[in-house]
Design a protein around this ligand. Structure first.
Ligand code: PLP
Length: 390
């Protein structure tokens, strides 16, 4: 089979090996607990499901406008007004198949061959592959557990060249759960603007931030400088809607048009029924999100206490539902890196985790705490027994 050179350059997902192994073990009848999941374990809120049912009953099953139905684009703009005080109109919003397609469309619309894209590391797995698909070059800006995995202006400045076109900032972060404050985000946006660098602010976890940390967003800064920033959002994580595939961007009208052109020639509109459901989600009520957040806070505290109890450096995350401890001191001759250690843990105690190498830091392993307390506690005890050799 002759596959394009473009695709040959893309590395297969580093998470695949662990997933394949987990499936193999399950097929053999082994019970596997997954702390590898990137989605909440709660159900999509009832009012959202009802809106979808009503859409079906109304026969709302045809093509829609590519960037989304007008009421959904209004609702997206309204969301940024309601939570962050940003003034935007429907023309500034586009709805895509998850945050993932938003990011893909943005990079396709912004990056020319050879352009450099700054990516603070550790990073979400798909950024480098998307940059590659857009013929750009990823330039990683390292951060460490000691700095709370937050990039500094000095770090960014050291990575900047004449070819830097885009910076992707992700807060709250997958895989670390760490968050930038509003002031830190604004300082980075100001640095990017001063240097003619377009800032993509991936805020797909923006509602999953735990008190006393305040949710932060560059939506208001976007309003002041719409030609230099795009905000990426999604209902996947905050509304437990991963399978519905609803993501959105807040962007300059011209950029929305460019993204619409790409989407119009690839996937067209997202699912019409999901769009009606998304209007219901974005227009509230929001109490369900707060209830879920409360559960996550308890789980974060539980997991943090156990993992740091192993003596593993790990900043306490203020958002999302992941912990990213530094575990390399536990690597062994038979498990000398994060992928091998994840395979060993899976084989020995049946717990699936994601190796840090998938996120650009082989010293770490990602733990998701989007499972219930008892499952979390027992899975962590098993992982601890492998790492500590007890
Ligand atoms: C940081 C980050 N950005 C974007 C996405 C994509 O989200 P979606 O599932 O809405 O495509 C994810 C999903 O895991 C993510 O973690």
């Amino acid at each position: 089979m002759r596959i394009s050179e473009r695709l040959a350059r893309i590395k297969p997902s580093a998470t695949l090996a662990v997933n394949t192994k987990a499936q193999e073990l399950q097929a053999q009848g082994r019970e596997i607990v997954s702390l590898a999941v990137g989605q909440p374990d709660f159900c999509t809120p009832i009012n959202v499901c009802e809106a979808a049912k009503a859409a079906l009953d109304d026969g709302f099953t045809r093509y829609t406008a590519v960037p989304g139905i007008p009421e959904l684009r209004e609702a997206v703009a309204g969301y940024y007004g309601r939570f962050y005080g940003a003034k935007a109109g429907a023309a500034n919003a586009i709805v895509c198949n998850g945050g993932k397609q938003v990011l893909y469309n943005l990079l396709m619309a912004l990056v020319n061959p050879g352009d450099e894209v700054l990516i603070p590391a550790p990073y979400w797995v798909s950024y480098p592959a998307m940059v590659q698909l857009a013929d750009g070059e990823s330039v990683f800006v390292p951060t460490s557990a000691d700095d709370g995995y937050l990039v500094t202006l000095e770090g960014l400045e050291a990575a900047r060249t004449d070819r830097t076109r885009v910076l992707i900032l992700n807060s709250p972060s997958n895989p670390t759960g760490c968050c930038y404050t509003q002031a830190q985000m604004e300082a980075i946006a100001e640095w990017a603007r001063r240097n003619g660098i377009f800032l993509i602010s991936d805020e797909v976890y923006d509602r999953l931030v735990y008190a006393p940390f305040e949710p932060a967003s560059l939506a208001k800064t976007w309003e002041l400088y719409p030609e230099t920033i795009a905000i990426v959002g999604a209902l996947s994580k905050s509304f437990c809607m991963t399978g519905w595939r609803v993501g959105y961007a807040l962007a300059h009208e011209d950029l929305v048009k460019a993204m619409t052109k790409i989407q119009g020639q690839s996937t067209s509109n997202i699912n019409s029924i999901a769009q009606r459901a998304a209007v219901a989600a974005l227009n509230g009520p929001w109490e369900v999100v707060d209830e879920m957040k409360q559960a996550f806070v308890g789980r974060r505290d539980l997991a943090y206490e156990i993992i740091t109890g192993w003596g593993a450096p790990c900043p306490k995350p203020d958002g999302a539902f992941y912990l990213f401890p530094v575990l390399d001191k536990f690597y062994t001759a038979d498990a000398p890196d994060s992928a091998a250690m994840c395979t060993k843990i899976l084989e020995e105690v049946g717990v699936a985790l994601v190796p840090g190498s998938a996120f650009g830091d082989d010293k770490c392993i990602r733990f998701s705490y989007a499972v219930d307390d008892e499952v979390l506690k027992s899975a962590l005890a098993k992982v601890g027994s492998v790492l500590l050799g007890k």
